[in-house]
Design a protein around this ligand. Structure first.
Ligand code: KG4
Ligand code: ZN
Length: 364
């Protein structure tokens, strides 16, 4: 299909129920006509993390209403849509099924093409919702479930340069925050607490720092911070200092691995414009952003990060990924499956698996 294209996006892969209408213009310009996000944080807070069954049930209860709100705010009827895009994975599969089924129902009822979107591809294009970010670019995707460096070549074409061998960066933020008694999700609360603390107060492990390759590891840092929280944190100042030390250690590792990826990326792109993009919930962190921007500038890259509302999970990024796919000639059948695991770069995931079936590990 040729743009302009107006696409409804639906996102239900974790603890956000979201719907959005996005218009992709003929010259690649993007207009977000609505962006509705209902957070389930209150439902999961008593458990200290996302409970899959609670999430799936909460999505079912409000998905119709959230879609209706997105259409109303966009001032459009379903007849004005060119396609329906829904997250089909990776994520909590009960929730993914809710959004994907809703998308399929609308596509079937209105005779519209369905696009089954990879949630990670949504994060990858999120920067394009608010800025002109031409392909190709180097992407750091750092969220609650993922921590990857990807060379984004174009629509649906990503090469993974590195990934976490244990926890995601957002998971490290959440677990360290929990050990400091902060509520879920811990990242934003930890950033606020860290503002009054010192980075050099506690020495925390900086895994893989300076080592070859672009992989990440956060589990040693997480355990070490949890031990310190139990043994050495007494006063409010101690808490703020540990929060700041942990945040600095995470930011330092993200920047170090990104520098390595930039060096590898430059080596094969002589003379092209160099762009480094950060996306995902952790990109909302000011200290992380600043460390990454410094790394990018040092390496001769332009730096872009999406506005905060497009860093964390939203459906506008899913709608845009869907619109770009539609314009590139992709569409999916109504039998498209919901996928708990779905690596963006299948070849890299096969060659260097970060988990085996049944084992706990990075989701993609
Ligand atoms: O992208 P996202 O909304 O969901 C996933 O796809 O995982 O990312 C959520 C993650 C959580 O781990 C949350 O703690 C983290 O992003 N996060 C932050 C901040 N805001 C959200 N981490 C550090 N600092 C923040 N300001
Ligand atoms: Zn996400």
């Amino acid at each position: 299909m040729t743009p302009p294209l107006t696409v409804l996006g639906i996102e239900t892969s974790c603890d956000e129920t979201a719907a959005s209408v996005v218009r992709l213009g003929a010259d690649g310009d993007v207009e977000v006509l609505s962006n509705v996000v209902a957070s389930q944080i209150a439902a999961h807070a008593p458990y200290g993390g996302v409970v899959p069954e609670v999430a799936a049930r909460a999505h079912v209860e409000i998905i119709d209403d959230i879609i209706a709100q997105a259409m109303t705010q966009a001032r459009l009827g379903f007849g004005a849509l060119d396609g329906v895009a829904a997250t089909a994975g990776p994520g909590l599969v009960g929730g993914v099924m809710v959004g994907l089924s809703a998308g399929k129902a609308i596509a079937l009822a209105r005779g519209l093409p369905l696009i089954a979107v990879n949630h990670l591809e949504g994060h990858a294009v999120s920067v394009r919702l608010a800025a002109a970010a031409p392909y190709p670019f180097l992407l750091l995707l750092a969220s609650g479930g993922h921590c990857q460096l990807l060379s984004v070549e174009g629509v649906g074409a990503c090469e993974r340069l590195g990934t976490t061998i244990d926890d995601a960066a957002g998971e490290a933020f959440d677990k360290i925050a929990a050990s400091l008694g902060l509520p879920y999700p811990g990242g934003p609360a930890l950033e606020r607490l860290a503002a009054g603390g010192r980075a050099d107060r506690f020495t925390l492990p900086r895994a893989l720092l300076g080592r070859a390759g672009c992989d990440f590891s956060f589990s040693g840092l997480k355990t070490s911070a949890a031990r310190l929280a139990a043994a050495a944190v007494v006063t409010e100042q101690d808490r703020a200092d540990l929060a700041n030390s942990a945040q600095s250690a995470i930011a330092a590792q993200l920047a170090d691995r990104s520098r390595r990826a930039m060096a590898a990326y430059v080596a094969r792109r002589q003379g092209e414009g160099l762009l480094f993009v950060v996306a995902g919930g952790v990109a909302a962190n000011g200290v992380v952003r600043a460390a990454l921007e410094r790394a990018a500038t040092d390496q001769g890259f332009a730096f872009l990060a999406p506005p905060l509302k497009y860093c964390t999970d939203n459906a506008a990024m899913i709608a845009l990924a869907g619109a770009e796919r539609l314009a590139a000639g992709f569409r999916d059948g109504l039998d498209a499956p919901a996928r708990p695991r779905w690596p963006l770069d299948a070849a890299a995931a096969l060659a260097h698996p970060t988990h085996t079936p049944g084992r706990k590990g990075a989701k993609a």
